[in-house]
Write a protein that binds this ligand. Structure first.
Ligand code: GLY
Length: 398
């Protein structure tokens, strides 16, 4: 009996010693392991649908839900292939990225909403940056011209969506639109034509002034009067309420202002990005693992969904922001991003090979109020997760 007790105490002590002394995996090794796995997963995913379509998410029965090139997410899969090619140098990935990118090309003329920046910037933009593919410059410039047609000088913004009578929106601008400004900055650096630059800066300035609350959070949708430029409404489409902080919107805004600082070096964008980052990282409803709930003000926290896409976008933005601030802040943002990447790379959020339809991340939320894409993989969550890991490793942009 005594002997048994002794053995049991020994085993428990050994387990405790192991747990207390176990070092977390080095973040570089963690990112490399996850990216190596991502290469395998994306080769497999790529084989499961035709070249004319794009992966969006999974249906409730686990089958792949695809979309056509006109849906806002079409650029993310080709973009992810480019990023994985950049990481691995694997020529077969480049071949597939070329094919998948070609399937987005017609969107360069699609002026029906602001998403042309996501579609063309993530696909052609990465292909141009990483592989200097002939012809991609022209596609980027055509797309930038198309996006610029949605700019209204009286409002000072690009119109994100068409008017919506039901919601009373004449000229809706959503915070997500900050992401599409990168296409305009690229067009200026490719041509030297500052017209694109001025549109981007005007849009960013109006967004900074009108879309943000004193605490550093933002509304999702603003509607302007297209004649006077006055703000008529401040609402949400995908958040919990008009006054809440919809998580992915906060991440888009953070990423967008960091990118605007990179492109302009205007101090007002940097200080605004810092304000957003501090609002998010100090938020009492941000879980310890750093992966936000779908809305920071969701009433049923902690019993509600996380949004891994919001986490991946935020991690990627924080890593770039860390390059532009003083040492203490830089450490804070980098450590926060690493914590988020660790969480995203753990079993709770990261899928294994041949699970989760070979998407990388689980538990994303497209639109909870719309009951669309709730607690599922999302192609854009994967894209920004890959980008964040490349940024951490010092490969890729910024
Ligand atoms: N509009 C893109 C999104 O759902 O975040």
């Amino acid at each position: 009996m005594r002997k048994m007790l002794g053995i049991t105490v020994c085993i428990i002590s050994l387990c405790l010693f192991y747990c207390l002394n176990r070092k977390p995996q080095n973040p570089s090794a963690l990112c490399k392991k996850s990216l190596d796995l991502a290469v395998e997963q994306y080769f497999t995913l790529d084989k499961t649908f035709p070249d004319s379509l794009f992966p969006r998410t999974l249906h409730p029965d686990g089958s792949l839900r695809t979309c056509r090139s006109d849906w806002w997410v079409s650029g993310f899969f080709p973009g992810s292939l480019w990023l994985l090619y950049e990481y691995s140098g694997n020529d077969s990935l480049k071949e597939r990225a070329l094919v998948r990118t070609a399937a987005v090309e017609k969107e360069k003329l699609n002026a029906s909403d602001h998403d042309i920046g996501f579609k063309i910037g993530c696909s052609f933009g990465n292909g141009l940056r990483i592989a200097q593919v002939p012809g991609y410059t022209e596609t980027m410039l055509t797309a930038a011209r198309t996006l610029a047609t949605r700019f209204n000088p009286r409002v000072g913004c690009i119109q994100s969506w068409g008017p919506n009578q039901e919601r009373g929106w004449e000229f809706p601008v959503i915070v997500d639109n900050m992401m599409n400004l990168e296409l305009l900055f690229r067009a200026t650096s490719l041509t030297g034509d500052s017209a694109f630059y001025h549109i981007a800066v005007s849009h960013a300035d109006r967004t900074l002034k009108n879309h943000y609350r004193p605490d550093g959070s933002c509304w999702h949708v603003l509607s302007y009067d297209p004649e006077t430029g006055r703000v008529e409404k401040r609402n949400t489409a995908q958040g919990f309420s008009d006054e809440s902080a919809w998580a992915r919107g906060q991440s888009w805004g953070l990423y967008g202002f960091v990118m605007c600082y990179r492109e302009t070096k205007a101090e007002r964008y940097l200080s605004h990005a810092v304000k957003i980052a501090d609002f998010l990282l100090n938020h009492p409803n941000l879980p310890k693992d750093g992966i936000p709930y779908w809305d920071y003000d969701a009433p049923d926290i902690p019993g509600t969904y996380r949004d891994t896409s919001a986490g991946a976008i935020m991690a990627s933005a924080l890593l770039e922001l860390g390059d532009y601030v003083d040492t203490n802040r830089s450490l804070f943002y980098r450590d926060s991003a690493v914590r988020m990447l660790r969480s995203l790379s753990g079993d709770a959020f990261r899928s294994a090979l041949n699970e989760n339809g070979n998407f990388l991340l689980k538990h994303g939320v497209g639109s909870l109020p719309g009951q669309s894409e709730v607690d599922v993989p999302l192609t854009y969550g994967d894209y920004y997760y890959i980008e964040a890991m490349l940024r951490f490793l010092g490969t890729g942009q910024s």
